[in-house]
Write a protein of this length. Structure first.
Length: 348
């Protein structure tokens, strides 16, 4: 027997259903659940603490159960420590100022492969093909100058101009223990040849360039007018400018027949047999995320590798410049001979 329901009855039932729904408590919005990762994370960083701490703080906010220990120092010192500790690793990740050091460590078997899920769309030139390291941000090697002491017309337009005797005793640079300087020299060996690179380095010594342990001292000394010229990574100029110093910048070697501005990358590798591998992977993922990349870009004035992450408005896009073409992997494979060259010329 079929039960017939009138049109009026259906309308009444629908009204009751709507009323009940309206009286019910509103549903709580679904909150994303962060992975349950806890414990320690030991980061060896060739980058200064001031440039790494902001992103570490944001990572810890996302993963409050992870205790991050940051050990900062020079790339070469920490790379040697990683190799010395291979039998009993003390670090979980190694963060460097340039690709040359991580490629060298990869060749030495210091890293384990990790293909970060959010790293697949990064430029292939800045990722190890087997996932042994990945680039994070780009930096250009530039000439900064004190505008109270040097006019725009007077400022050197080429790295090679730093050997001009008119700048004798008036130039500051990071020294031979600095990873960015080492990588720059390795790049120049490809760009202008060994003989010309050696002559350039000898010219710097003859010009009484003052070599500091790091770029922070370089930028501050130029900002204070102690030196007229500084050879730095581009973001150090922006950091000094933000402090109110009278400084300007030249992206060098843009003229006809010049090689272009040398660009390198910060990079990170996951230590082989790291004691806290899951936390290390989460850290790599975070640095490659849009949020992590934005911190580097907005606070440190760096060039993010992740597509779509905006530059700081004061930073000029790299697409505005001629970039030097050299092979980073080849530069890394020749690092030992580059270091021998620096030692031969007694670069401090």
């Amino acid at each position: 027997m079929l039960l017939r329901v009138s049109h009026k009855s259906i309308v009444a039932l629908m009204a009751l259903a709507l009323l009940a729904s309206a009286c019910a408590a509103p549903a709580e919005p679904t909150q994303p659940i962060a992975p349950l990762i806890s414990g320690d994370l030991v980061v060896y960083s060739g980058r200064s603490e001031a440039l790494v701490n902001p992103v570490v703080a944001k990572f810890k906010a996302k993963y409050p159960a992870v205790n991050v220990a940051l050990k900062a120092g020079s790339n070469s010192e920490l790379a040697n420590a990683v190799l010395e500790e291979k039998a009993n690793p003390q670090a979980d990740v190694f963060l460097t100022t340039e690709v040359v050091t991580v490629q060298k460590l990869a060749n030495e078997g210091a890293f384990q492969a990790y293909l970060a899920p959010n790293g697949a769309d990064l430029p292939a030139d800045y990722r190890h093909p087997d996932g042994l390291w990945t680039g994070l941000t780009l930096r250009a090697r530039v000439i900064m100058y004190n505008t109270d002491l040097v006019t725009a017309d007077e400022a050197p337009q080429s790295i090679l101009d730093l050997t001009d005797p008119k700048w004798q005793g008036q130039i500051a640079a990071a020294g031979s223990a600095n990873g960015s300087f080492q990588a720059h020299v390795a790049a120049m060996r490809q760009l202008i040849g060994d003989a010309a690179t050696e002559a350039w380095l000898a010219g710097l010594m003859a010009n009484q360039v003052t070599f500091f342990g790091g770029h922070t001292d370089v930028r501050k000394s130029v900002g204070a007018g102690e030196y007229k010229i500084g050879l730095v990574n581009h973001y150090y100029y922006h950091l000094q400018k933000a402090e109110g110093s009278p400084v300007a910048v030249v992206y060098p070697d843009q003229g006809e027949g010049r090689p272009g501005v040398v660009v390198n990358a910060t990079a990170i590798g996951l230590i082989k047999e790291a004691k806290h591998a899951e936390a290390a992977k989460a850290f790599v993922d975070y640095l490659l995320s849009a949020e992590g990349q934005e911190i580097f870009a907005q606070l440190n004035y760096e060039y993010p590798l992740r597509p779509g992450v905006a530059l700081h408005p004061d930073v000029s896009p790299l697409s505005n410049y001629r970039l030097a073409k050299f092979n980073l992997v080849q530069a890394a494979d020749n690092l030992d001979s580059t270091l021998s060259l620096l030692e031969k010329l007694a670069i401090p």
